[in-house]
Design a protein around this ligand. Sequence first.
Ligand SMILES: *[C@@H]1O[C@H](CO)[C@@H](O)[C@H](O)[C@H]1NC(C)=O
Ligand SMILES: *[C@@H]1O[C@H](CO)[C@@H](O)[C@H](O)[C@H]1NC(C)=O
Ligand SMILES: *[C@@H]1O[C@H](CO)[C@@H](O)[C@H](O)[C@H]1NC(C)=O
Ligand SMILES: *[C@@H]1O[C@H](CO)[C@@H](O)[C@H](O)[C@H]1NC(C)=O
Ligand SMILES: *[C@@H]1O[C@H](CO)[C@@H](O)[C@H](O)[C@H]1NC(C)=O
Ligand SMILES: *[C@@H]1O[C@H](CO)[C@@H](O)[C@H](O)[C@H]1NC(C)=O
Length: 428
Amino acid sequence: MAFATVWNYCVPLAILTIAYLVRTARCQAVQAENVTVLEGGTAQISCRLQNYDGSIVVIQNPRRQTLFFNGTRALKDERFQMVLFTPRLVRIELTNVSVSDEGGYFCQLYTDDTHHQVATLSVSVPPETPTVEVKQKAVEGGEAELSCVSPRSKPAATLRWVRGGRELPGVVSQQEDFKTFSVSSTIRIPVERKDNGAALSCEASHPALGGVKRTRHYRLNVYFAPTVSIVPPPGILREGDSLSLNCAVTGNPMPRSIQWSRINETLPERAEISGPNLQISRLSQSHNGTYLCQAQNDYGWAGDHYSLLVYDNVSVTTTVVPPTTTSQPITSHPSNPTPVVPIWDPYHKDPGAVVETHSAVPYAVIGGVLALLVFTVICVLIITIWCSVRQKGSYLTHEASGLDEHGEVQEAFLNGNDATQGKKEYLL
Ligand SMILES: *[C@@H]1O[C@H](CO)[C@@H](O)[C@H](O)[C@H]1NC(C)=O
Ligand SMILES: *[C@@H]1O[C@H](CO)[C@@H](O)[C@H](O)[C@H]1NC(C)=O
Ligand SMILES: *[C@@H]1O[C@H](CO)[C@@H](O)[C@H](O)[C@H]1NC(C)=O
Ligand SMILES: *[C@@H]1O[C@H](CO)[C@@H](O)[C@H](O)[C@H]1NC(C)=O
Ligand SMILES: *[C@@H]1O[C@H](CO)[C@@H](O)[C@H](O)[C@H]1NC(C)=O
Ligand SMILES: *[C@@H]1O[C@H](CO)[C@@H](O)[C@H](O)[C@H]1NC(C)=O
């Protein structure tokens, strides 16, 4: 039984193998080479012949349509050209290769025993620079959802999101559409106002591109509510001055319009508004009030206010001038910081004079002290003369007289003090 099986299967197999080996050694054959080409490029499909003896060579496309019959065009497709037909090599060229050209090309040799090889044509489609689609708008405090899309590649491109040199992990999805792939990578990132304008990029890599990446740069557009702040004018404002307020507004999108108003009242007639600026010329006290600047966009509202107080010229001076001033104005002091130059009333309630009075106080004190000294010297002289006159008829010793003298001087000092105090009051 076992012998019969061996006889039935092994012997014919051995005979066939031997027959094949003998034939390849002696007979003609073809060899085909696989080829990979970029879409739109030119593919060369080659068939090598061995021991060619003039038999008919047929080349067929993947649908088994005959392209060339022994060197003669059979299919009417000008993209195929026979470029070489030698006893060793048959080569055809296909220009503007498309994905639909992919498949096995048959090199067939018609001899007494038909004989063929298949050359596989692969078409590679490198990705274009990917695009970025905003799936969810970036609003301050929320999350942005961005998709990087590479609509067509073969094999599927690899997408990578990068921010500041670091990869952001994305959710990749892939769809096949007639041998090519549509790939997308979606990221969700939390966004704050400071992220507005942040640079992201999406890189597509692909075997057909080598190490080169096709990169799409993207800047985050983070939407946020406006901020408003009024820049107040420096110093105080008086009647006749002009007011200029600037309202600094931010926001994304930038608020289209800025509203100026005055709380509980209408804006003064003289108010001129041009965008973020409010101007009131020739201020009067009727312009006192709270001015409001407001701005709005789709994400919120903001406002800032400014309280205007208009001082009159008279009240400015009276607030500075103390009620009692009898001193004479002294010439203007260079270090006087008061900006008021009261040329309109030089004799009465002059604020310049007020400042000078304060700075004149040390002079008054020095004057007082000098007067006191002079006065004391005079007193001492008078007392000395008086004493020397009295001494002539005195029985007292020198020492007693000296004591007396001292007592008088002390008294005189006290008197002198009183006198200078009076003088000081007088000076003021
Ligand atoms: C050619 O490609 C086909 C299909 O991909 C494969 O089966 C075959 O082994 C390849 N031949 C060579 C010589 O690489
Ligand atoms: C096929 O073409 C080759 C080359 O042109 C030629 O040598 C050969 O005779 C042709 N064979 C037949 C059967 O026509
Ligand atoms: C290449 O083929 C495509 C379609 O596969 C066609 O749209 C295009 O015009 C062709 N280009 C040339 C240069 O023939
Ligand atoms: C506006 O009027 C209301 C009610 O009369 C009052 O309570 C409020 O203080 C006023 N605001 C200003 C800024 O004058
Ligand atoms: C305007 O404000 C100034 C400064 O507070 C004040 O002196 C004046 O009386 C105010 N005038 C009016 C009309 O409210
Ligand atoms: C205050 O001074 C300005 C100019 O400095 C003047 O135009 C205005 O009339 C003065 N107002 C009063 C009340 O004196």
